[in-house]
Design a protein around this ligand. Structure first.
Ligand code: UT7
Length: 336
């Protein structure tokens, strides 16, 4: 039997620019108190969320994605015409087909690019990072625009207090290029999936297994359904494991991490991971009080805000980690 040679590691890539966009409209916890049986006190103490952004009716996932993408391209000083790959991570696409990335290509004028979506829920942005890393590392593409974008307000049951208080809209983006010299180099990345737990967090209706009909329309099946407590436990364990794997694959220990940028779903989940990884609380970037859980956009928006707020200095090791429906999880270590 001939041994199959192991694949060559991808050539190094870097994050050359970041961008984000959130809609103007702020929905506070006080406003939600008027819609469902909840309270600012419950939402704040159980999740850490104070407010979230809600897109206008005529503002779609692709519009938010394009705005975040444009800001990332401006920062990277890359012309839209030179982008050859666009990957949009989303579970709230403009349409089931074509991909939201196709609309983004048009909005931005990246007319020479290949464009498609990935569906990995809250882990989607880091899945897109890994795809871009290997595609560029293998020499197939040169300038990738990866975007996490969600209009979750269109897929939330506004009469279900278990879920509607948690989510918000927004988009974050990064430009990935070959790493010639600059900072932002991706040192390691880990992905994981457990399809056996798919029922814990899903949008049960609107797909081929359960099309929306006149008869089932009142059940609002095309909205997010979640077994919160179960998802919570999986989130803590999977993000801890994924973090340790990415740190170790980069040849580092958690003491080397200067900033942790975790998925922004619940402050209690973040606290549990931070405690288990023994990372100092001040070394963790948190913005979920402003935006709630924006799924695939969350890590991407946080990365851009951390960057623009000067939280990362050249040479710092940054850990990104996410967890979501699927179940899926993902992590990456970046040398800024
Ligand atoms: O982004 C993808 C990954 N998603 C996550 O990581 C989310 C993971 N899960 C969570 O963050 C938490 O489980 C939730 C925030 C969703 C819920 O917090 P919890 O502490 O697990 O609450 P629970 O579901 O155990 O519910 C506790 C109580 C229940 O009442 P009873 O049965 O004890 O009387 C709920 O009905 O809180 C009640 N409750 C609420 N009360 C006021 C649930 N939602 C609300 C609400 N306002 N919005």
């Amino acid at each position: 039997m001939t041994d199959i040679p192991s694949p060559a590691p991808p050539l190094p890539v870097r994050i050359a620019g970041t961008g984000s966009y959130v809609p103007e409209r702020v929905m506070s916890n006080a406003e939600l108190e008027k819609i469902v049986d909840t309270s600012d006190d419950w939402i704040t103490s159980r999740t850490g969320i104070k407010e979230r952004r809600i897109a206008r009716a005529n503002e779609f996932t692709s519009h938010m994605a394009a705005k975040a993408g444009q800001r990332a391209l401006e920062q990277a000083e890359i012309d839209p015409a030179d982008v050859d790959l666009i990957i949009v991570a989303t579970i709230t696409p403009d349409t089931l087909t074509p991909a939201t990335a196709c609309y983004v290509q048009q909005h931005l004028g990246c007319l020479k690019s290949v464009a498609f979506d990935v569906s990995a829920a809250c882990s989607g942005f880091l899945y897109a990072l890994e795809l871009a890393r290997h595609s560029i590392g293998a020499g197939a593409f040169r300038n990738a625009l990866i975007i996490g974008a969600e209009k979750l307000s269109s897929f939330v049951n506004w009469s279900d207090r278990n879920t509607c208080v948690l989510f918000g809209d927004g988009a974050g983006a990064a430009v990935i290029t070959p790493s010639l010299n600059g900072g932002g180099r991706v040192l390691s990345s880990q992905l994981g999936t457990d399809g056996a737990q798919a029922e814990l967090l899903n949008i049960p209706g609107g797909g081929s297994s359960c099309p929306i009909t006149i008869e089932n329309a009142p059940q609002q099946l095309a909205t997010l359904a979640m077994q919160g407590r179960e998802v919570f436990k999986h989130a803590v364990n999977a993000m801890k494991r994924a973090s340790i794997e990415a740190i170790s694959a980069a040849g580092l220990t958690s003491q080397d991490i200067k900033l942790l940028i975790p998925h922004q779903a619940n402050l209690r989940i973040i606290d549990a991971i931070v405690e288990r990884l023994e990372i100092a609380k001040e070394d963790v970037f948190i913005n979920l009080h402003k935006y709630g859980n924006t799924s695939a956009a969350a890590v991407a928006i946080a990365l851009d805000e951390a960057h623009r707020e000067g939280r990362m200095e050249r040479g710092d090791k940054i850990l990104l980690v996410a967890f979501g429906a699927g179940l899926t999880w993902a992590s990456a270590v970046i040398e800024w």
